[in-house]
Design a protein around this ligand. Structure first.
Ligand code: PGA
Length: 263
């Protein structure tokens, strides 16, 4: 896994936005996998700025979100569809028909999940998947113990995740216990993954993800099998990594390579 350590959350957002923007410029019809939560907010703000100030064009981009709470509709301010509309989609020139978020109010969840997987395939697969990470090491809502081959399905949230997400709800009892989520297997099929993490509360999960054994108890650790996974971390989230110095040297060499042989 490639590890990029930035000084703080703003720098993490800038670096992540550069990865997304480069892809959108190179491939205007690309398929982006998107995440919700506090971590990608800075990335989305920067993409909105790049659209407004530099004309970054999303008109032919297709998106698939990782997950959605069961029971919440698109107009519910706690739903992930609402979050995406408010923080990104309504501020860029994306075609709403090209934005996909699982439907938390689907009548038949099994067939809805199958259809979601099929749609991703029909669009040619995900080019770049943005991911946050839970304090328990989950990606999307793939809680500890999720199969590393899992596909889009219903998942019961752990009490740790319910507690972590309670800050977005008026009362702990309001946090849904069930979600539709892409599986670990779905995420591993994306062509590139960008895992973003900021803050001390993520340091343990990042250590386990990057340097620990691959285990279903830390579903993010499955990214060690991904062909192109990049972790973009701030100093706090990276603070428990043992090989930090080596990751820095790798990035230094990478920069020299990008500057060309005579720089
Ligand atoms: P956060 O959530 O970005 O709000 O910390 C990440 C996650 O649980 O995947």
């Amino acid at each position: 896994m490639r590890v990029i350590v930035e000084s703080g959350p703003n720098e993490v957002a800038q670096t992540a936005a550069q990865f997304v923007a480069r892809l959108v410029r190179r491939r205007p019809t690309c398929v982006l996998g998107l995440a919700t939560g506090s971590t990608p907010l800075g990335l989305y703000a920067e993409l909105v700025r790049l659209h407004r100030d530099e004309g970054l064009d999303f008109s032919r981009v297709v998106t698939f979100n990782l997950d959605e709470y069961v029971g919440l509709g698109p107009n519910d301010p706690q739903s992930y569809r609402y979050f995406m509309n408010e923080n990104l989609f309504h501020h860029i020139n994306i075609d709403p028909r090209n934005t996909h978020v699982p439907d938390g109010r689907a009548l038949d969840f099994e067939s809805h999940c199958e259809q979601y997987e099929r749609l991703i395939q029909e669009e040619g697969g995900i080019d770049l998947q943005v991911l946050g990470i839970g304090s328990d090491g989950h990606i999307a809502f793939n809680e500890p113990g999720s199969s590393l081959g899992s596909r889009t399905r219903l998942k019961t949230l752990t009490s740790e995740t319910v507690q972590d997400n309670a800050r977005f709800f008026a009362r702990l009892e309001d946090v849904p216990r069930l979600a539709i989520t892409m599986g670990v297997g779905t995420i591993l099929e994306s062509r590139q993954c960008l895992v973003l993490a900021c803050g001390q509360s993520k340091a343990q999960a990042i250590r386990a993800t990057v340097e620990g054994p691959v285990t279903a108890q830390v579903t993010a650790s499955a990214l060690q099998f991904h062909r192109s996974a990049i972790a973009v971390l701030d100093e706090s989230a990276a603070s428990l990594l043992e090989r930090r110095e080596y990751y820095r040297e790798v990035e230094e060499s990478q920069r020299r390579l990008e500057q060309g042989p005579h720089a």
